[in-house]
Design a protein around this ligand. Structure first.
Ligand SMILES: Nc1ncnc2c1ncn2[C@@H]1O[C@H](COP(=O)(O)OP(=O)(O)OP(=O)(O)O)[C@@H](O)[C@H]1O
Length: 327
């Protein structure tokens, strides 16, 4: 049979690559005996693409760490899905035994607690190299010494112990250890908040540089918006278990829309002592075990209006969950 001519066929467009991380309607809850469950993450959807840095910001208690821990398989979700490179990740028990889990690496807040004080740092970094090999990732030949050099330390430091280093240096070691596992996604959970001011932007910039250079995505959690502005391509603002605004960093910075985002920006100290915007944020984040009715932010919102205590605004396509912007 004569084959059909194919030259007239319209080329099939190449589909956009699946996001590296895709979180859909995620709920994570904690249970305490005799108390209402705490929904620390109460329906979050979020994507991170390869080579992209997403900054997750919000006050203490908003659920940022809980979200990060769920993404890394350290906390089981109650509802919703987490997909990695297009494939849903399984329940926690399965994930713990899955060497593929090491494709996601986390850098924690506490540079003193996250490294084993009794082991030389070279040996701890070598664990990461072995983890990548165990899941069958082609080795790039990097040694612990090479990785230490990449984070600005010396190859000779591999023979030393964590307590011989400053907080900023330890965080660099933690980053080298995470990178050793050749992650596709790096998650930084407040990785700079325990560091002194001079080390903060250096460590944040280093994380961005190394993640992007290796084609990995970076989910960078911080309550320091000025640092997030420096390194993130996209910002997601979290309040009481929900994402309330998301968008390209420059856009959110130039035109913050959610009253909570505006208040966070207003709180950034400026050289002249004034905030960026004339807004203020009264009170604290409420207890997630008993969230306010309607919009969770309404009791603290400077522009709440009739109905905000009843209607719960969803994150719309424009990237903001606030009735001020409802169609
Ligand atoms: N193990 C736990 N058991 C019970 N409640 C918890 C637990 N961990 C966190 N929570 C609660 O869940 C909510 C969200 O906490 P989470 O640490 O995720 O927030 P966060 O935004 O990362 O804050 P921080 O920056 O202070 O870590 C808080 O109300 C917190 O008290």
């Amino acid at each position: 049979m004569t084959p059909l001519p194919t030259s007239h066929l319209t080329p099939v467009p190449t589909p956009a690559p699946a996001p590296l991380l895709s979180v859909d309607d995620l709920v994570v809850q904690y249970r305490r005996p005799g108390a209402e469950p705490t929904r620390a993450v109460a329906g979050v959807s979020l994507e991170v693409r390869a080579g992209e840095v997403v900054g997750l910001v919000g006050e203490s208690g908003c659920g940022k760490s809980t979200l990060a821990r769920a993404v890394c398989g350290l906390t089981a979700p109650k509802e919703g899905t987490i997909a990695f490179e297009g494939a849903p990740v399984g329940p926690l028990g399965v994930r713990r035994r899955d060497p593929g889990l090491t494709r996601v690496q986390m850098v924690f807040q506490d540079p003193y607690g996250s490294l084993n004080p009794r082991r030389r740092i070279g040996a701890q970094i070598a664990d990461g190299i072995r983890a990548a090999a165990a899941r069958g990732d082609a080795a790039d030949g990097a040694t612990p010494g090479d990785l230490l050099t990449r984070v600005g330390l010396s190859a000779d430091d591999a023979a030393r112990y964590p307590q011989e280093f400053s907080g900023g240096q330890r965080q660099r070691i933690a980053i080298a250890r995470a990178l050793a596992a050749r992650p596709r996604l790096l998650v930084g959970d407040e990785p700079i908040s325990a560091l002194d001011a001079s080390a903060q932007s250096q460590v944040a910039t280093l994380m961005r540089l190394l993640a992007v250079e290796s084609g990995a995505g970076l989910l960078f959690i911080s309550h320091d918006l000025s640092v997030v502005r420096l390194i993130a391509d996209r910002i997601a603002v979290m309040y009481l278990g929900r994402i309330v605004e998301t968008g390209p960093t420059a856009e959110v910075w130039a035109n913050p829309r959610h009253p909570y985002t505006r208040a966070l920006l207003a709180a950034i100290p400026q050289p002249d002592g004034a905030g960026l915007l004339p807004a203020e944020l009264p009170g604290d984040v409420p207890d997630p075990a008993a969230p306010p009715s309607g919009c969770r932010f309404h009791p603290r919102c400077p522009v709440a209006f009739d109905g905000c205590d009843r209607e719960d605004p969803q994150l719309v396509a424009g990237g903001v969950a606030c009735r001020l912007y409802a169609a």
